[in-house]
Design a protein around this ligand. Structure first.
Ligand code: SAM
Length: 241
């Protein structure tokens, strides 16, 4: 890196920073970071605990199971991390109660220069953290993960694909599934031409680019129309159901 400011920076506040640094040290994200296009920093919320045992959670008022992340260490961590860089980051809280992550939201997030992502654990955040920080609340779907790190990684993974220069081929995201609402990509094939009696469609082998484009468009349309029925027509899904 030549010291230039990366186009997209993500600061992740977590109790498990190694999950994020491990992810950032692999594959496409690793390349984007070494090319200076993206920066990802993980911060341990415990480092802002004033407790001698570095506690960051406590029992919920009103009773009930589990522990809740306390306001003070989380908000102190958030404010300190925001101040580390001149450009303010968009605060994002990973929560099952948030706006559902989809490609439209990913596109919006990719226009930001910096995100500061809060990852919960245990029973989640004291609600006053949300009231003070007023983050964009994001859910990756209607199910509950153990922590916000995997949801944050899904968000980062989808977003960096849209940062210019991160993907080798600038066209790559244009035809992809969900590039338009409801649109799904056509089927892809590679070698061998025949596998267990399943042959690659002839049109892909003929070298006729016009015919290939037409076939792909038709396949994409048919797949998109099937949409929600896809899992029913997938033999693997039927067998596991
Ligand atoms: N008690 C919370 C509830 O019922 O909504 C769930 C807490 S969950 C075990 C712990 C943390 O994981 C949450 O604070 C959040 O950061 C993260 N998390 C879990 N599921 C998520 C999802 N679907 N989307 C985004 N974040 C999620």
């Amino acid at each position: 890196m030549d010291g230039a400011v990366p186009r997209f920076r993500v600061d992740v506040l977590t109790l498990f920073p190694e999950l994020i640094t491990g992810y950032a040290s692999q594959s496409l994200l690793k390349l984007a970071i070494s090319a200076g296009l993206v920066a990802v920093e993980a911060w341990n919320i415990r480092d802002w605990s004033k407790d001698k045992h570095q506690r960051v959670d406590d029992r919920p008022f009103g009773g009930g199971p589990g522990m809740v992340l306390m306001c003070e260490p989380v908000i102190d961590a958030y404010e300190a991390v925001q101040a580390k860089v001149e450009r303010p980051g968009l605060p994002v809280m990973m929560t099952p109660a948030g706006r559902r992550l989809d490609q439209r939201l990913v596109e919006e997030l990719a226009t930001s220069e910096r995100l500061v992502i809060l990852c919960g654990r245990y029973e989640g955040f004291d609600d006053r953290i949300r009231q003070v920080i007023r983050p964009l609340e994001v859910s990756i779907g209607d199910y509950v993960c153990n922590g916000g790190e995997v949801p944050a990684m899904a968000l980062i993974d989808a977003t960096i694909r849209l940062i210019p220069g991160v993907l080798g081929d600038a066209e790559s995201t244009e035809d992809e599934s969900h590039s338009e609402p409801g649109r799904l990509e056509y089927p892809q094939y590679t070698r061998p031409r025949d596998y267990r009696g399943l042959a690659v469609p002839d049109v892909l082998l003929g070298g006729n680019h016009g015919a290939v484009a037409k076939w792909r468009e038709e396949q994409s349309r048919a797949r998109s129309q099937r949409g929600v029925e896809r899992t029913d027509s997938n033999p693997g899904a039927a067998a596991s159901g």
